[in-house]
Structures are given as C-alpha cells and as structure tokens.
Design a protein around this ligand. Structure first.
Ligand SMILES: Cc1cc2nc3c(=O)[nH]c(=O)nc-3n(C[C@H](O)[C@H](O)[C@H](O)COP(=O)(O)OP(=O)(O)OC[C@H]3O[C@@H](n4cnc5c(N)ncnc54)[C@H](O)[C@@H]3O)c2cc1C
Ligand SMILES: *[C@@H]1O[C@H](CO)[C@@H](O)[C@H](O)[C@H]1NC(C)=O
Ligand SMILES: *[C@@H]1O[C@H](CO)[C@@H](O)[C@H](O)[C@H]1NC(C)=O
Ligand SMILES: *[C@@H]1O[C@H](CO)[C@@H](O)[C@H](O)[C@H]1NC(C)=O
Ligand SMILES: *[C@@H]1O[C@H](CO)[C@@H](O)[C@H](O)[C@H]1NC(C)=O
Ligand SMILES: *[C@@H]1O[C@H](CO)[C@@H](O)[C@H](O)[C@H]1NC(C)=O
Ligand SMILES: *[C@@H]1O[C@H](CO)[C@@H](O)[C@H](O)[C@H]1NC(C)=O
Length: 522
C-alpha cells in the first residue's frame, strides 16, 4: 500500500502532466466509445483557435488574455451530448454550451468563475425539419435563424418563424432567452411560440415537453441559456406572412426636427398597426453640410404587406416622419429579413445557409425598458450627453405593444410586457486596446446613468439575451439577495419561480455560469 502510493507520487512528480492534460486525457478516455474524428479539440490541435473563434461573435472575448477552454467537443447527435454531460459530471469538469455564440458576455465560450472548463459546441447539430401540415418546425440548437428562415420559406413563401432580426443567431441560446424580432408586435417572441423542446438534464437523460413537465418547459422559454440543461432542439410554431414585405429607412437629424419626431414616435410606435414595426437607430453623426456634430435618428421599418398600405398607415398614424412612397422598398419576406440583418441587397438567399454573421466587432451593450414617454427636455439632455462623450454608444429603440402587451407577465419567464419600448445601448470598437475599450465603456455608462430617471425602476428592467455582467454575477460567496437584484432585473417576479424550478431540477447546480439561475441555498 505504502509503496504503491510512493510509486504514484514519484510518477506524478516525474511526469510534467498539468491539470489541463489530465482533464483532456480523462474526458477523452471517458468519451472514447462514442468519439468521432474531428469532434474533440485541445489547444494542441492546429484547428483549436479557428474552431473556438468560429462563432465567438464578440471580439472582446477573442483576445489572447481571454480564458480558453481545455477542450472543445462538437457532438454530432444527442447521444454524444448525453455522454459529454455524464462524463463531465463524473469527472468534475465545468461545462459551457454554445449554439450560435452571440452571448454578449461570451458566457458560452469563456469563463470568469472557473479557470478550467470545456466547451460543448453544438455547431454541428443544425437540422431543420419543417412541417407545413401542422404549421410547426423542429430546429436543432446549432442551426442559425437564417438557416431556419431559409428552410421554412423553401417549403412555403407564406410561412415564417417569429424570432430574431440577426440571421447568425443560434436557435439554442436565442429562443431560451426570449427572442424578439420585427414580428413580435404581431406574434410575440420566439419563446412565446415554442411548442416543445428536447433537453438533456444533468443526469444525461433526454426529456421532451411531456416528460420534463410544464414547470421546466416554462423555465426554458425565456429563463436564459445554461441553467437548466442542454437544449438539443426546439419545436416552434410557424406563423403566416405575406409573400411581399416592405422596408424603409428614413433619417432625421436634430436640424430636421428629430426631437419632436422622436417624441411622437414614443407614442405611436407601440400603437401602430401590428403588421408594422418601426424601430429607431440613434447615433451621433456629422451633418452633411458642415463639420458640426449632430445626432441622427434613423427610422427603420419592416411591414408585413405592400408599400401602398404602409403609406396609408404612416400618413394617418405618424405623418410627422414625412414618409414618401419612394422610401419604401417591396420585396419577398426572406429578402427583407436579410436586408434588416445587414446583407447587401444583391446577396442571394442561399447565403443564409453559410450561417455567417454579417459583421464582427468588439462590443459592450446594455438595455432599458421605457414605460412613460420621455419628454422633449429629456431627449435634449440625451443629445447633449451623447454629443459630449468622447465615445458615445449608439441606441436602438424597439417598439413594443400589440401582442407583446396582451401576453400576461407570468406566461413565460420573459416579463417585459407592458412597456412602450426597449432601449439598447451599444458601444462598438475595432481595437484590442484597454484604453479604447475604457473610453467606450465610460461613454455607455454615462448615458445609462443619465437615462435612469426616464426608464423602468424597481427593478430597472433588463433583457437576459442582452447579458450584462455589470448588473451582477454569481460567485461563491454571493448571497441570495445580491443574486436576486439582477435576477429581478431580467425576470421581475418570475425570478422566484425560476429559482424554485432550478433547485428542483438541478440541485447540484451542474449547469452554471456567471449569470445562471442560482439554486435556493446559494
Ligand atoms: C449581433 C447580435 C444581434 C442580436 N439580435 C437579436 C435580436 O434581434 N433579437 C433578440 O432577441 N436577441 C438578439 N441578440 C441577442 C441573442 O438573442 C442572444 O445573444 C442569444 O443568447 C444568442 O444565442 P446563441 O445561441 O447565438 O448564443 P450562445 O452564445 O451560443 O448562447 C447564449 C447563452 O445560452 C447558453 N446556451 C447556448 N446554447 C445552449 C443550449 N443548446 N442549451 C442550453 N443553453 C445554451 C449559453 O451558455 C449562453 O449562456 C443579438 C445578439 C447579437 C450579438
Ligand atoms: C450517435 O452517433 C453514435 C456514433 O457516434 C451512434 O452510436 C448513436 O447511436 C447515435 N445516436 C443517435 C441518437 O443517432
Ligand atoms: C500539448 O503540448 C504540450 C507542449 O506544447 C505538451 O506538454 C502536452 O503534453 C501536450 N498535451 C497533449 C494532451 O498532447
Ligand atoms: C470548477 O468546476 C469544477 C467542476 O464543477 C469544480 O469541481 C471546481 O470546484 C470549480 N472550480 C472553481 C474555482 O469554482
Ligand atoms: C419642423 O417642424 C416645424 C413645425 O413644428 C415645421 O414648421 C418645420 O418645417 C419643420 N422642419 C423640418 C426641417 O421638417
Ligand atoms: C455650427 O456650430 C457653430 C458653433 O456651435 C454655430 O455657430 C453654427 O451656426 C453651426 N452651423 C450649423 C450649420 O449648424
Ligand atoms: C467574495 O465576493 C467578493 C465580491 O464579488 C470578491 O471580491 C471576493 O473575492 C469573494 N471571496 C471569495 C472567498 O470568493
């Protein structure tokens, strides 16, 4: 006994095996029965960084100093995910799950709370199975929304899915965080339209809606990714769309009455026809005639119908914008979605099948919800704050109302129902330099602070799919009270039920990250 311990110690002291090597080795051995070629990558593999970066959308988490996984495993089917969960649990390995990689804080592919972790990347599981007979679709977690939209429209030009506006988002993470798009005023969120799901729990069992039960099925429809299990696929409702959609962009600067028009938009944006979604991009810019700085407000619209009809709606409901017929572009629904996502108008729909993002940058974002119209003086202070900042963020204001306000708050975990609109603050930059990042972060923080008196409070609401670590994080000594402050910002009163369900279904807190739903004893 004593001598074998001695030999073991000698071996350990002689072999330069690090902790990482051990995880790579033991995980590899444990998976060996199901392992396929090109599905298990360690930092020693030449492909490792390419695979890691392939869907790491925020360049802020692609830097050399960003903590990297010990292993990236890319399962090809459900059995492989089950094996990964069972092995990781047995071996005490901390897992992260990635579908489309758009997490704002990189929680799907890096970790602050555990410096040793493994990424289960679902990018090879992207099947889409459309059923026009019962108007539903099964989509695997790793499929992008662009692929999903393409496959549905391939079967029918008048069916679609109500989900996000950016076509590279992954179905897995997006739907479980809520998932809004330009049809939310008519049909609600992606999570509102989820009919079923397949999920793997911490015992490695596969559950569907019937076997997981209505509590867990409630929690995963908006409670955010990485808390309850691995979502393998979603069954989503198909919704009717016309074969022709219309888009327009109209820009107004401060000199062109932007203040008055935005004041009016706050009142009509949430009440216009539900087929019409008019959002506003707000950014500091230069006027065309001088070098004076101004703020530009660009009204970007998506209408489910033809140009004549949208002209009628706008002339009656929002004439202040001065929309002209020549501003309106009619096209197929799929094409309109591509343009809103940033594709050039010449890009063929088949480009959606590449699943690639239309842009990449370093970014930091925050969110707010507005319940009362911001007065003109409030907007003027906002312009001032934006123009004074060395690096101002830009803003995206999305109108709510319609179906969004008809769904009761407890219906799914996403609680932001009775609001006029959502504000997203976005700071982007292109250099990996701390100083540059700090200036942008400073700009976004100042504007977020300025807006405090105009936005929702107690709690100040936030959107879990716009993950923001400034709001707080899980940590080993974090009390329940601390955790519940950001939990309530994302989920309001639904947070309590999320914690209760988490405690029941994952009592060991196996599925966790910096902002996963905590268990009650935390
Ligand atoms: C450019 C851009 C545009 C966006 N546009 C919109 C928009 O129009 N509408 C909108 O609602 N949101 C939008 N978002 C936010 C987006 O919905 C969220 O970032 C969403 O979480 C992305 O899902 P994903 O699978 O791509 O991300 P991932 O980074 O893969 O995952 C996000 C989170 O879910 C977890 N997760 C991932 N896969 C699984 C799985 N299979 N099972 C369980 N947990 C999992 C991860 O651990 C992570 O915490 C946008 C984001 C970006 C960067
Ligand atoms: C997944 O693939 C493995 C081979 O790697 C196979 O043994 C298993 O049956 C497959 N599972 C499913 C659900 O197709
Ligand atoms: C990876 O490479 C390092 C040296 O670059 C080596 O020490 C280590 O043993 C290798 N690990 C594996 C699992 O091959
Ligand atoms: C990292 O995760 C593993 C597996 O869950 C756990 O055993 C370990 O304590 C964690 N380490 C830290 C620092 O949290
Ligand atoms: C701004 O609004 C006023 C009335 O409120 C109007 O007289 C003026 O023409 C508008 N200016 C522009 C550039 O639209
Ligand atoms: C530009 O700014 C200067 C100084 O603020 C001001 O005097 C001038 O009128 C501005 N020009 C225009 C076209 O707005
Ligand atoms: C406790 O939390 C604080 C604040 O997040 C952190 O600074 C500290 O390191 C934590 N201590 C331990 C022992 O985890």
């Amino acid at each position: 006994m004593a001598s074998s311990t001695f030999v073991l110690m000698l071996l350990l002291s002689l072999t330069p095996f690090s902790f990482s090597d051990q995880i790579q080795e033991t995980f590899h051995v444990c998976l060996s029965n199901i392992l396929n070629p090109n599905t298990f990558f360690t930092p020693n593999d030449t492909d490792f960084i390419n695979i890691l970066d392939s869907t790491a959308i925020n360049l802020r988490f692609r830097t050399r100093s960003t903590p990297k996984p010990e292993v990236i495993f890319t399962p090809l089917n459900e059995t492989h995910i089950q094996a990964a969960v069972i092995c990781a649990k047995k071996l005490g390995i901390h897992l992260r799950f990635r579908s489309g990689g758009h997490d704002y804080e990189g929680a799907s592919y890096t970790s602050i709370m555990n410096d040793s972790f493994v990424v289960i990347d679902l990018s090879k599981m992207r099947g889409v199975d459309v059923n026009t007979m019962d108007s539903s679709v099964w989509v695997e977690a790793g499929a992008t929304l662009g692929e999903l939209y393409y496959r549905v429209q391939e079967k029918s030009k008048t069916l679609a899915v109500a989900a996000g506006m950016y076509t590279s988002l992954g179905a897995g993470g997006h739907v479980t965080g809520g998932g809004y798009g330009s049809m939310m005023r008519k049909y609600g969120l992606a999570a509102d339209n989820a009919l079923d799901a397949r999920i793997i729990n911490s015992n490695g069992e596969i559950l569907d809606r019937a076997s997981m039960g209505e509590d867990l099925f409630w929690a995963i429809r908006g409670g955010g990714g990485g808390s309850y299990g691995v979502i393998v696929s979603w069954k989503l409702r198909l919704v009717p769309v016309p074969s022709i959609a219309t888009i327009f962009n109209v820009e107004k600067t401060l000199q062109q009455n932007a203040t008055k028009i935005l004041h009016k938009w706050q009142q009509v944006g949430p009440t216009l026809d539900e087929n019409l979604f008019v959002r506003v991009f707000i950014r500091p810019s230069k006027t065309s005639s001088t070098t004076n700085k101004t703020v530009s407000t660009t009204y970007q619209a998506h209408f489910l119908g033809e140009a004549n009809k949208v002209m009628e709606i706008m002339n009656t409901g929002f004439p202040e914008l001065g929309l002209k017929k020549q501003d309106c572009l009619e096209m197929s629904w799929l094409k309109s979605v591509m343009i809103l996502s940033g594709y050039p108008s010449t890009a063929p729909p088949s480009d959606l099948l590449t699943g690639k993002p239309t842009f990449l940058n370093y970014f930091k974002a925050k969110a707010d919800f507005v319940k009362e119209v911001i007065p003109e003086t409030g907007l003027e202070g906002m312009w001032k704050t934006m123009l004074e900042a060395e690096n101002s963020p830009f803003l995206i204001w999305n109108p709510y109302g319609g179906m969004m306000s008809r769904i009761p708050e407890p219906s799914i975990p996403f609680p932001h129902r009775n609001v006029l609109f959502k504000i997203q603050y976005v700071a982007t930059w292109m250099d990996d330099e701390k100083e540059i990042m700090n200036k942008h972060v400073d700009g976004i923080n100042k504007l977020y602070k300025y807006m405090t008196r105009y936005v929702s409070m107690s709690p100040r609401q936030a959107y879990v799919n716009y993950r923001d670590f400034d709001l707080g994080m899980n940590n080993k000594n974090g009390s329940y009270e601390e955790v519940s402050s950001w939990g309530r910002m994302y989920f309001k009163d639904n947070f309590k039920r999320l914690v209760e369900i988490k405690t029941r279904f994952d009592p060991d807190n196996f599925f966790r990250h910096e902002q996963s739903i905590p268990i009650l004893s935390a």
